[in-house]
Ligand binder design. Structure first.
Ligand SMILES: *[C@@H]1O[C@H](CO)[C@@H](O)[C@H](O)[C@H]1NC(C)=O
Ligand SMILES: *[C@@H]1O[C@H](CO)[C@@H](O)[C@H](O)[C@H]1NC(C)=O
Length: 205
């Protein structure tokens, strides 16, 4: 199986404001501000996650079997930030083509659940910054062992639009885990009705 880097892929993680604004959840005003999750431990969050559910996002409509692997790439960082690499693998359900994309990210420190993510690309960074994939992503809630709620939001002029991904250490959740996650979402004022089950059958990756 050939994995090809592709710019389009970090779409798994990202999104920009565009056509999709109308069908994504959007609202007036700036993005809601969620604090970093208390007791977040990035060491425990690292490793492989499966996308179990996500909010609707047009460019991802054909993608399935999505996995995200978070790795510590911190090396003698003078600013004390925690650097990580996120490898996103996905399969196009219509063509069967797998693809992989790599994002670089950092957090303020190893206790912060807020990540600044940039898609790695061969383009000059001034251009790369405007590509989908670059932006802020936040782990709103996780128990590290079974599930994580990943969220991203951007605002443009007087409106904002956000995306939710539910990640799991396996491709699906037991019913009681799903119930717990949905109740956490409701407490965060995020509507679980926005979520779709990811297409995860017959996955080879
Ligand atoms: C974070 O998790 C790692 C691995 O379980 C553990 O060794 C470390 O002590 C934890 N750090 C904090 C601040 O709790
Ligand atoms: C990340 O990797 C660096 C370099 O190997 C290491 O010093 C640091 O302790 C690691 N941090 C965590 C939180 O795993």
């Amino acid at each position: 199986m050939k994995l090809q880097p592709s710019v389009q892929v970090c779409t798994v993680l990202l999104f920009i404001i565009g056509k999709s604004t109308l069908i994504q959840s959007s609202g007036l005003g700036r993005c809601p501000n969620y604090p970093s999750m208390p007791k977040f431990n990035i060491t425990r969050f690292l490793g492989k996650w499966y996308e179990v559910e996500r909010s609707f996002y047009l460019p991802e409509i054909a993608s399935g079997c999505t996995t995200l692997t978070f790795e510590n790439t911190t090396r003698n960082n003078p600013e004390d930030k925690f650097q990580l690499e996120i490898v996103v693998k996905t399969v196009n359900r219509w063509t069967g083509n797998p693809s992989v994309s790599i994002c670089e990210a950092f957090t303020e420190n190893d206790k912060s659940s807020i990540m600044s993510v940039q898609l790695k690309s061969t383009l000059p960074s001034a251009i790369a910054r405007f590509l989908p994939g670059s932006g802020q992503y936040q782990v709103l809630y996780t128990n590290f062992e079974n599930f994580a709620i990943l969220w991203s939001c951007s605002s443009f002029l007087a409106v904002h639009t956000d995306q939710i991904w539910l990640l799991g250490r396996e491709r699906d959740y037991p019913a009681e885990t799903r119930k717990k996650i949905y109740s956490a979402l409701t407490q965060l004022s995020l509507d679980p009705e926005r979520l779709f089950i990811s297409k995860n059958d017959n996955c080879l990756i």
